[in-house]
Ligand binder design. Structure first.
Ligand code: AMP
Length: 429
């Protein structure tokens, strides 16, 4: 098989790493890829969101399968362009990708099919309407911009002043671009968050192993939100009874709802859940694997990824073929100093060989590029040091030992990835 992977972050490096282990894979292109992916696939300098350029490239090289990593190509209609030409591709249609691309679309979908979620107070096209609604709204509440805003479109507002400030920046100063309008207001949910990701061909589905990510930049969930500072996976995150509840009250109604609405869904579906006192509720849908959840999930994979994704594209997924390594995995993200604010790229990265020598460790690249013979930083999230082992403690120990061997000026990473899991275990929960 010749495979084209779209995207250039840690998630796409993890996909390339596992696809490459398949005996049926002969060649992988990655558009645009990054400095680490370049060692394992042929990187092509095309923006993953540029539908016309990707179609033109595929016309030339004829991949047997194309796999979409990020959301932008989905929302831009890439999979529709491929399917019109009968080219095998993994990822939902532009219509289905509205589950992620429009928060209002997804809230209306959830309401229509009676799927548990935070109560929506209203959706508004103008700042004046939001201010009026905020006067009678109960605080704290959650404000969400409708469109894609690179993770910056959700604000947990403690009071009127903070809410007004956010709405002003998003709707009047357009700080988030066109994705900032309209805006919706919803109730604040409390509980633990859990990411539940499935792979589906539209008829059958298989849940992937459970993961949890860490969004804040500093230890103890302090500081601003980021794209993700790390993730871990262990089966203990999801007791059987909870898994069954999520299947019955969330996953199956979602798949039935999509089918009833005439929206065939094929690919990865990420469901962000809040485990509230009154049961699991949907926070959001993403139409793809999460990043860095993908790194933790794929580290536990024990099946032929190219075969299974080929089956998904052909509409013949056999869920029993998805097998997972027992134990656990962890991904610790190393960032540029200053991220998620301003940072300086171009720092030389050392220690990767020593880090990769630790058993069970794979260093996945996100924001790196080659500058001559040297590997340098080129983004906020630079590397995802990923490890799989027999227990969460062992996976974390390996990942942290490897991370300590890597150096670049200003490097920052959280020291408490997975700490919640080890604390729960120690307490016998
Ligand atoms: P979303 O993009 O909708 O998942 O929002 C990003 C993050 O904001 C989530 O992972 C939650 O931590 C938080 N969040 C979103 N909606 C709510 C809500 N209704 N209540 C509490 N937290 C929320």
């Amino acid at each position: 098989m010749k495979i084209l992977v779209l995207g250039g972050g840690g998630r796409e490096h993890a996909l390339v790493w596992k696809l490459k282990q398949s005996p049926r894979v002969e060649k992988i292109w990655c558009a645009p890829g990054n400095g680490g992916i370049a060692a394992e696939a042929e990187c092509v300098a095309i923006d993953a969101g540029d539908v016309g350029a990707i179609v033109a490239f595929a016309e030339k090289v004829h991949p047997h399968l194309t796999i979409v990593g990020p959301e932008l190509p989905l929302v831009n209609g890439l999979t529709d362009a491929f399917r019109q030409r009968n080219w095998p591709i993994v990822g939902p249609s532009q219509h289905a990708a509205q589950l992620e691309g429009s928060k209002i679309f997804s809230k209306e979908f959830l309401a229509r099919h009676g799927i548990p979620t935070a109560k929506m107070f209203g959706a508004y096209d103008s700042a004046a309407e939001v201010y009026r609604a905020l006067h009678s709204a109960p605080f704290s509440l959650v404000i969400k911009a409708d469109g894609l805003c690179a993770g910056k479109g959700v604000f947990l507002a403690p009071d009127f002043a903070a809410a007004k400030d956010f709405v002003e920046r998003v709707m009047e100063k357009n700080e988030l671009g066109p994705g900032g309008k309209p805006i919706l207001l919803e109730e604040t949910l409390e509980g633990d968050e859990l990411s539940f990701i499935i792979l589906t061909d539209g008829n059958h589905y298989a849940p992937l192993v459970p993961t949890r990510d860490h969004k804040r930049v500093f230890d103890g969930n302090q500081g601003p939100n980021t794209g993700g500072m790390g993730a871990y996976s262990t089966d203990e995150l999801l007791p059987d009874a909870l898994r069954e509840t999520i299947r019955k009250t969330i996953i199956e109604p979602t798949l039935r709802g999509l089918s009833a609405d005439g929206i065939p869904y094929q690919g990865f579906l990420y469901i962000g859940l809040m485990l509230t006192k009154s049961g699991p509720k949907v926070l959001e849908f993403n139409c793809r694997l999460g990043d860095p959840e993908a790194q933790a999930i794929l580290a536990r994979l024990d099946f032929d990824l190219a075969e299974i994704l080929g089956d998904v594209a052909a509409g013949k997924l056999n869920p029993s073929k998805l097998r997972w390594k027992p134990g656990a995995s962890a991904c610790v993200v190393l960032t540029s100093g200053g991220y998620p604010g301003k940072f300086e790229p171009g720092k030389t990265i050392d220690g990767l060989t020593a880090a990769g020598q630790i058993n069970g460790v794979k260093v996945l690249h996100a924001g790196t590029k080659l500058a001559g013979d040297a590997l340098v930083t080129s983004g906020g999230r630079v590397l995802g040091v990923t490890a799989a082992a027999a227990s969460i403690e062992a996976a974390l120990a390996c990942a942290y030992e490897a991370a300590s061997r890597i150096h670049f000026a200003g490097v920052h990473y959280r020291k408490d990835i997975g700490a919640h899991a080890t604390r729960l275990k120690a307490a016998g929960d």
